[in-house]
Design a binder for this molecule. Structure first.
Ligand code: AHN
Ligand code: ZN
Length: 335
């Protein structure tokens, strides 16, 4: 499989090199993906999203039941209140992890333009993994990860989107959901032990607060690991199959904004994440996640290691993702 990918890339590179030699004046393809054809709506700031990421990392690991987790919970709630959410709902529970640990969790939900019954959902997980089980150094594998990308990045982008909504309310109703306990799962293949992951969203799906079956958001967008250096985002296979609408909106708007080199128009892999739970719950949800990294053919090299720190976060990537999602929200049909 990897072999064929490499082969395909070689052939393509050769073809491009050949055509490039013939005519340099007609070589518009090089810029086609990076020339914006639409304007940025609102004022998404990558450095401001980055500051939210740094603030979360400074709390220490956000593992359920630890002080860093408590502090981060208050930070997210405090920011949402400051950014003028119509309501902030905190769904608290205790859930049992596969280890037997009882986890005190909080799913945090903020509503913007609550009056509109036509709604969309933006989601991220805010907890961090208790073990760096992918770290090269075996002695570090039982230590908690900093979670700059895996945890803080999605939250940082959503909080900067919330700041924009405070300045200019979206026409469509928008709910932000911050899920807890996504990352306490049992490793060993992305298709094994599925139900040990996404404990917060699984708990949420039992009640679907604040919705009734008649007023679910029309679609959702999940942000997970959206700040890695040199990140590229491919479609996630399950989302592409079961949530084509938000996938198309996000990837096409990214291209229009000039981020076609970052949002790749092909399927990169299949994973279990909170978007699977949301889609099953009746809200077809896309997943913006780096799952086809050039070096690993999977998640970024820092994934579930102690290297998942601020050094490997790029504010420009946060900016591209955040502005894309913000444009989608502001452009969404309002009724
Ligand atoms: C699994 O590893 C089973 N799913 C990937 C979802 C994930 C983990 N996102 C962040 N950490
Ligand atoms: Zn993770």
């Amino acid at each position: 499989m990897g072999k064929w990918k490499v082969f395909a890339v070689c052939v393509l590179t050769t073809l491009l090199a050949a055509t490039g030699c013939k005519s340099s004046t007609q070589d518009s393809s090089a810029n086609a993906d990076s020339a914006p054809s639409v304007a940025r709506i609102g004022d998404f700031r990558g450095d401001s999203a980055y500051a939210h990421v740094a603030a979360q990392v400074a709390f220490g690991p956000r593992v359920p039941g630890t002080p860093g987790h408590d502090a981060c919970r208050e930070y997210i709630i405090g920011r949402l209140r400051a950014y003028g959410a119509d309501t902030v709902i905190v769904q608290e529970a205790t859930v049992k992890a596969y280890t037997g640990d009882m986890l005190p969790i909080s799913n945090i939900i903020a509503q913007y333009n609550r009056a509109n019954t036509r709604r969309i959902l933006l989601a991220a997980h805010w907890d961090t993994r208790p073990w760096a089980d992918q770290d090269d150094n075996a002695a570090d594998r039982d230590k908690p990860i900093p979670g700059a990308n895996d945890g803080a990045s999605g939250v940082g982008v959503l909080l900067e989107i919330a700041r924009n909504f405070a300045a200019r309310q979206p026409g469509v109703g928008v709910d932000l959901i911050f899920f807890d306990a996504e990352d306490y799962g049992r490793s060993g293949g992305f298709y094994n032990h599925n139900d040990t992951w996404c404990l917060g969203s699984q708990h949420w799906a039992e009640t679907k607060v604040p919705y009734t079956s008649g007023n679910l958001p029309v679609y959702g967008i999940l942000l997970d690991m959206v700040g890695g250096r040199d990140a590229r985002f491919h479609y996630e296979a399950f989302a592409h199959e079961n949530a084509p609408t938000p996938c198309l909106k996000v990837w096409s708007e990214a291209k229009r904004l000039g981020y076609g080199d970052m949002f790749i128009n092909s399927i990169g892999g299949a994973i279990i994440d909170d978007h699977v739970i949301l889609t099953r719950a009746g809200i077809p949800t896309a997943d913006i996640i780096e799952l086809n990294n050039e070096a690993t053919s999977s998640f970024p090299p820092t994934w579930h290691t102690l290297d998942d720190n601020l050094e490997h976060i790029d504010p420009h990537v946060l900016d591209a993702v955040g502005q894309t999602v913000l444009n989608v929200a502001y452009n969404e049909k309002t009724f």
